[in-house]
Every structure is written in C-alpha cells, then in structure tokens.
Write a protein that binds this ligand. Structure first.
Ligand code: PGA
Length: 236
C-alpha cells in the first residue's frame, strides 16, 4: 500500500484558542494506536501557526505531522501591507498551500501569481501544495516551473462540500483526471479534495493514481479527521 497524504485545510476558521483546543484533542486521539503511516499536513490560518508549532511536541512522534499555511505572498519582504512572505514563514511551516479555488475565485488569484508564489516558496525551502481544477492550470505550472515536483491537490470546485452539499466527485473520474495531471507533471504526487469524509476516503485512496486526500469541512473536528486517518490506516 502506498503512503497516503492527508491534508487538512481549515480555511478561514478557528481563532488561536480553537486551534490550541483542536491540537490538544487531536493529540489525545493520536495516542491510540493506528496504522496510518503516511503524511499529515495541517494547513491553518496564519494567526494559528505559532501556537500550533509550539504545541507540535504533543503529537505522538510516530505520526508524520507537518504544518502548512494556506497562502503566501507573491512578493518578497518589503512594503506590501498585509502580506505574509515566504521569508516570514520559512521557520514556521514546512508546506504552503497555493492557488486554492476559493483564492482563485474570491481573491482573483491568477496562474501568474501562483507561479510566482511557487518560485518564492522554493527559494525559501518551503514545499508546496498547488490546487488545480483544470489542465490549463497544470500546464501553466509545467511551463513556468518546469522542475516542479511537490504536491498537486486536484479539487473540482463543484465537489467542495459547501457547494456540493457533501457530494464528492466519482473516484473513477478523479483517478482519470489525476492520470492526466501526472502525464504533465510526472514527478508530482497528486491528491484529491472535495467532500472527503470518513465513509468515502477509502474509495479514493484505493484508486491507483490518487496519492491522498485534501479535507476541508471534515478536518475542523479532530474526531472526524482522525476517523479519516484511522480508515486509511485499516487499509494499509
Ligand atoms: P471540503 O473542502 O472537504 O469541505 O469539500 C475541501 C477543500 O476545499 O479543501
């Protein structure tokens, strides 16, 4: 069985106290024995990252648990009010989530900005998870960042839970879409996001080309996210 990536994306949820509570509960759950051998990446709001980083020792050391941000500035340090640069993040997180469809829609993020953010993250030693829903976005990464070999999160916007009402895409269709992505970015791992929950996670990770899952709504409660990991572990 492949080693699965399980990415939690809290989106614009959880203040510092909520984040601390989540990590405490998750750590308690994680003290139970499970068979999940993959990588867990928690992409949290910027304000939560320092307390999460400080609390990481609570998480049992047998879990491969990493922190990520949900965005990064397209600029270096400097006169860019409100931006958080790669240089500012480099000691806080291991991963950066870039180009989520919600950012592309509500903040008009473009392929050009996404590519610039990949370049800056790489320069500062941060690994990236790039969200895509169309092949044109994949081709643009290949063109502007030809040596890209981090993680791609394939997320059809209509499958995201607050739009789909919790109805995920079909695992077979996702597998086909991911095969196409891998034919362009052949060194990348590609995971699926969109209404993933404890009951459907196995149907996705059983597909040959799907390397893991991105989880939004069901990552907000430690118990639901933990059940996703447990179910993946059972299959391993
Ligand atoms: P969802 O979100 O799991 O709530 O559908 C996925 C995502 O957008 O990251």
């Amino acid at each position: 069985m492949k080693n699965i990536i399980a990415l939690a994306n809290w989106k614009s949820n959880k203040n510092v106290k909520d984040a601390e509570t989540w990590l405490k509960k998750f750590s308690q759950l994680a003290s139970a024995k499970i068979n999940f051998k993959g990588k867990i990446i928690l992409c949290a709001p910027f304000i939560d990252l320092p307390i999460l980083k400080k609390s990481l020792p609570q998480i049992p050391s047998n879990l491969n648990f990493f922190l990520g941000s949900q965005n990064i500035s397209a600029f270096e340090d400097g006169p860019y009010t409100g931006e958080i640069s790669a240089g500012m993040l480099k000691d806080l997180v291991s991963y950066v989530l870039i180009g989520h469809s919600e950012r592309r829609t509500y903040s008009q993020e473009t392929n050009e900005q996404v590519n610039q953010k990949i370049k800056l993250s790489t320069k500062y030693g941060l690994k990236t998870i790039i969200c895509v829903s169309e092949l044109s976005q994949v081709k643009s990464i290949k063109k502007e960042n030809p040596s890209f070999k981090d993680i791609i999160l394939y997320e059809p916007p209509l499958a995201i839970s607050n739009i789909s009402g919790g109805k995920a895409d079909s695992p077979i269709d996702v597998n086909k879409a991911i095969e196409k992505i891998k034919s362009i970015l052949d060194k990348s791992l590609v995971i699926y996001g969109g209404s993933v929950n404890p009951d459907n996670v196995l149907s996705f990770i059983s597909q040959p080309s799907i390397d893991g899952v991105g989880v939004g709504a069901k990552s907000l409660e430690p118990q639901a996210f933990w059940e996703i990991l447990e179910n993946v572990g059972r299959k391993s």
